[in-house]
Design a protein. Structure first.
Lengths: 300, 448
């Protein structure tokens, strides 16, 4: 009818955009309500002195943030988070990879191991926490009993500030190593079988195949796994909360448990929000820097 | 592609973490004003009164059930009360979250002291002076119990559950076997400990991952060394928590830790899992210093074992001039606070009165409780609870538990520091300085 001629190409593009917007809307709206808005609100709350329940809030600007930067307890918590991060990556990923390799080489007859090793991941963190609190109990716990057989005394792992953090890290690793096992098993299936066959025909041993061919092909997955583990460690909360509650003293205090205590136990919601904001900034920074470092070469 | 996925994933996970806290904070900011005025509207139907408490285990559970049932069947107000019990240690946090999101229950029980003042200041507790003065529970309750329910000269709460004094429970058979007697002085007590220790028995059963349990020892020691004046002065900002009596108490605890008076791994044992009482039941520990609500715990768990238990108040210290009759404890233990108005408040108050009706009180007494009512000592038949009430009646002063009495931030500093004192990772001085700093901060904030 003499209207503007629309090329087929343009029509298609417009349609694609419309459909994309339609399909993305639910996620975008949910993200906005449950992720973006709360983050902004956290930062707003962090500028108030507020006990969390009262209607009266007092605006104090960056007062909470100043306190946070000078707050020794927060930095101790951050250091504990870093310890968990480093040890988690160093323990979970190699063991996860080793288990996955074992299962991959073993094939179907090892399915039973696959099932057994996967069990820890299926349990809830709180249940694991209680389980290990009993297993590691000083009186009558697993470790104390074994130590008793060899003539040693009771071993207090969770109540001793020197060993509490390491003990909890071991439990965390026990819980999450299966996750990386499954992760790497999936990565193994991504390597085409032809590659393996070709390597074998060329005379590679299984060891050579793993180190020279499979390992390099798995590196990208390992990077993603490391980042997952890193972010998970930095925001860790549940096992610590159940097993030690951050104690004894501050020896297992994490940023998240500290935030919780400030917000809910000591009626310091404003400061708790500042801690949450600080966590957000620190975790984003650490993640971005690590990603830059890991992927730097390719991007350059 | 993979990179972008990982990047997105990392960022969204970081974001999700922050979101979880903010969700709570956010709710509070928008509902805060509503919460103070008509807090009741958020919870339950119009004629329903939601009542939060910590009665998850017998006998507390049964006492509350009985009182609520009595109210529901007899009331003419048209309201019904729904009881929502929550486990002790998660209760406080749950309450705070509920308040911050405008879901505060219509009536709830708490331990009075610092947190209760905080709730009231934030508009989640209504004064009940008129109802209280017109009610016969006014003459029924002990004076000191009413005092503990009063804040800024208004009555805000109804105490109902238990007079609980901290004191030492001991295994009578064990004492007989080793020819021991109830101690008069701290030196006597230490002699007992040494004897038990020599016989491979842990002197004190203590589970200190809960932190407030260790505070029992500390409060009693501090009160025996210096009386209550140093504490009261420190709270008022006129004194310091680094006073001599606090330091001495901490040093004594460390001395006892080093002498092995407490079980191995004391800081990892959990009171909530009953790991202290287990040591008593296994008869590997001889004494237990805790609140007298333990009479109920022991007798409910095993009436047979309860026969073996004796009780004495914390002994005096020889060279101290502090009054040894001072008791640490609570007169009421649980206090019902009201967050509703008008008819609803009257109905809720009626339900609270039901907690103090003769039949419920009789039932409490039967179950080893000491309801904070006058003349309760004559109703008691149990010898230990009689001793406890006697000690409470003879006390020149009764100090509420530090961790309940102090502002929450100071209480946390006290409990965290003391746990490290038990773990020998902090000196008493360091712990007390941290506590004093928290108190200074609190007072400075309040003055602003």
């Amino acid at each position: 009818m003499g209207g503007k001629e629309i090329s087929l190409e343009k029509l298609r593009q417009r349609e694609t955009r419309r459909v994309a917007a339609l399909f993305l809307a639910p996620v975008a709206i949910l993200m906005a309500i449950y992720v973006v808005y709360p983050i902004i609100d956290t930062f707003i709350t962090s500028t108030y002195q507020w006990n969390g329940i009262s209607a009266a809030k007092k605006f104090i600007g960056i007062g909470n943030w100043k306190t946070l930067i000078a707050d020794e307890s927060f930095w101790i918590a951050f250091r504990n988070n870093l310890v968990i991060m480093v040890l988690s990556i160093c323990i979970q990923i190699p063991i996860g990879l080793a288990l996955a390799t074992f299962l991959d080489f073993g094939g179907k007859k090892l399915t039973i191991f696959k099932v057994i090793w996967f069990i820890p991941l299926l349990m809830s963190s709180v249940a694991i926490g209680f389980l290990f609190t009993y297993a590691l109990a000083t009186n009558g716990g697993l470790v104390s009993t074994i130590s008793g057989w060899f003539g040693g005394g009771n071993v207090d792992l969770l109540g001793n500030p020197k060993t509490a953090l390491l003990t909890v890290i071991m439990v965390i690793c026990w819980q999450f190593t299966p996750f990386y096992m499954v992760y790497f098993m999936a990565a193994f299936t991504n390597i085409p079988y032809d590659v393996f066959e070709a390597a074998r025909i060329d005379g590679a041993t299984r060891g050579q195949y793993f180190w020279k061919i499979a390992f390099p092909l798995l590196v990208p997955s390992m990077k993603s796994a490391a980042i997952l583990s890193m972010v998970g460690s930095l925001k860790y909360f549940d096992l610590i909360y159940v097993m030690t509650g951050g104690g004894p003293g501050t020896s297992t205090e994490l940023m998240a448990t500290y935030m919780y205590k400030q917000s809910f136990s000591t009626f310091n919601m404003g400061y708790g929000s500042a801690v949450a904001g600080g966590m957000f900034i620190l975790i984003s920074m650490v993640s971005l820097i690590t990603m830059k470092l890991l992927n730097g070469k390719e991007e350059a | 592609m993979k990179k972008r996925v990982a990047k997105l994933m990392a960022l969204s996970m970081a974001a999700a973490m922050t979101a979880s806290l903010a969700a709570c904070g956010g709710g509070g900011s928008s509902d805060g004003d509503g919460g103070s005025g008509d807090g009741g509207s958020a919870s339950g139907g119009e004629k329903e009164i939601v009542y939060w408490n910590i009665g998850t285990e017998s006998p507390d559970k049964d006492v509350i059930a009985k009182a609520v049932e009595k109210f529901n069947s007899e009331t003419e107000s048209g309201y019904t009360v729904t009881s929502v019990p929550t486990q002790n240690d998660t209760y406080k946090e749950k309450l705070v979250v509920a308040m911050s999101s405008g879901e505060c229950p219509d009536m709830y029980s708490c331990w009075s002291g610092g947190p209760m003042y905080e709730y009231i200041d934030s508009g989640f507790g209504q004064p009940i002076d008129d109802l209280f003065n017109a009610s016969d529970i006014k003459d029924k309750l002990m004076e000191s119990a009413i005092g503990q329910a009063t804040y800024n000269d208004h009555v805000y709460a109804v105490p109902y559950q238990n007079v609980s004094m901290s004191g030492i429970f001991y295994n009578k058979e064990m004492f007989e076997e080793y020819k021991l007697e109830e101690p008069e002085t701290l030196a006597d007590l230490e002699n007992i400990c040494d004897t038990l220790k020599k016989n491979n028995i842990t002197p004190f059963a203590l589970a200190n991952s809960s932190k407030w349990t260790g505070s029992m020892y500390y409060m009693n020691l501090a009160a025996r060394y210096g009386g209550l004046e140093p504490f009261q002065k420190a709270v008022a900002g006129e004194g310091k928590f680094t006073d001599d009596c606090f330091i001495k108490a901490g040093e004594k605890i460390q001395e006892w830790v080093e002498a092995g008076y407490f079980p191995d791994g004391v800081n990892s044992l959990s009171e909530d899992d009953g790991q202290a009482k287990q040591l008593m039941y296994q008869e590997t520990a001889g004494m237990l210093l805790c609140g007298s609500w333990y009479t109920g715990t022991f007798s409910t768990d095993s009436a047979e074992f309860y026969e073996k238990i004796g009780w004495f108040p914390f002994p005096a210290i020889e060279d101290s001039d502090a009054d040894p009759s001072i008791m640490i404890g609570t007169v009421g233990d649980q206090f019902i606070v009201f967050n509703c108005e008008g008819d609803k408040l009257a109905a809720a108050f009626e339900c609270a009165e039901a907690h103090l009706s003769d039949e419920v009180i009789d039932f409490e007494v039967e179950n080893g409780k000491i309801p904070p009512v006058q003349g309760v000592d004559e109703m008691l038949t149990d010898s230990i609870t009689k001793e406890v009430v006697e000690a409470a009646n003879n006390a020149s002063e009764i100090q509420l538990w530090y961790d309940q009495y102090l502002p929450p931030a100071v209480a946390t500093a006290h409990l965290d520091g003391l746990q490290e004192v038990f773990g020998l990772t902090k000196t008493p001085m360091e712990a007390q300085e941290a506590m004093q700093k928290a108190m200074d901060d609190y007072l400075a904030n309040k003055a602003e």
